[in-house]
Design a protein around this ligand. Sequence first.
Ligand SMILES: *Cc1c(COP(=O)(O)O)cnc(C)c1O
Length: 401
Amino acid sequence: MKRKTGQDRAITSTWRPATQAIRGGTARSEYGETSEAIFLTSGYAYDCAGDAAARFAGEQVGMTYTRLQNPTVEMLEERIALLEGAEACRTMASGMAAMTAVLLCQLQTGDHVVAGRAAFGSCRWLTDTLLPKFGIETTIVDARDPQAFQDAVRPETKVFFFETPANPTMDVVDLAAVCAIARERGITSVVDNAFATPALQRPMEFGADVTAYSATKMMDGQGRVLAGAVCGTKDFIANVLLPFTRNTGPTLSAFNAWVVLKGLETLSLRIHRQSENSVKVGKFLEPRVPRILHPWLPSHPQHNLAMRQMDAAGPIFAFEVEGREQAHGLLDALELVDISNNIGDSRSLMTHPASTTHSSVSPEKRAEMGVGEGLLRLNVGLEDVDDVIDDLDRALTKVGL
Ligand SMILES: *Cc1c(COP(=O)(O)O)cnc(C)c1O
């Protein structure tokens, strides 16, 4: 039946990613709408009391309450799962809701986690502050070195948790090597794939068990809504993640799900153009600044690994100037690029991580993570790249670079 094509995995899994991004997961209502409908409803009505009882008993297919199921949200989950090459996906209200859920749903007192050192500030708060409150220990490692994961493993290690490329230092993790270490020992590897998205990097193809997303970033891609997602096997999503999320309720709103559905339609186009722009801006900046951390430039220590794992650079990279004063001076001299700590937007945005996204991390930990006082992170948008370069040129000159 044509109306249901977007829901039939036997058909949709044979589609190429560009087709999946437009049509995957679409479930049309009886009106036959072409664009996905937004089901802004918290509850569902039943034809009779017996139907309600049967649905709650799991004997009848159907929705019961939006914390548990919503048609718009399910369309997005199916679309992300298809793009990811995953059996299943569950969305959340934000990226951090996804990261919190994916860790807490599978850990308990006495368990141990090995996590990457360079990470989003709040992800470090989860591993360094939240988990220890529940008696879950974390060992933080330099995730660029697979051996560091191996050396940190204990009998009670349950999860490897890391992002690649990592925020904001652009550390790249060898997915195949680290996920193989996890597999051999029955440890679940959880990869935060926010920077690359499935349009550029599919960690499961390298052996990752679970991927987790801030869909706020490239998936929405236009700086509009917060959203998160977790992808994994049907068994993991249904039996490990769902009992946690159904009862704790970090549910994505149907409206926000719809915005991200629309974002996915153009994800590949946007991320490839932004990647090209980011390489052009990186090449312009390289001779002007003391240090640049851009995975697509040969000066990046893991350039070859990045090229092996990713289809393109992505829009984000970092570079260093002399210190906080010069970094803030450069930001204040920008006329086009916004001072903003968001990423993955179609607008070019720049931030000083030490005083914003990573200000909650202690100065010692920041130094250890490579987040120096002169580090700046740039998200290159979809503007004409020459306008972005002109703006940077003007601002760099103003601060004497
Ligand atoms: C932004 C981000 C998060 C958190 O996502 P939110 O949607 O802001 O909650 C987690 N990990 C990485 C790598 C991020 O960039």
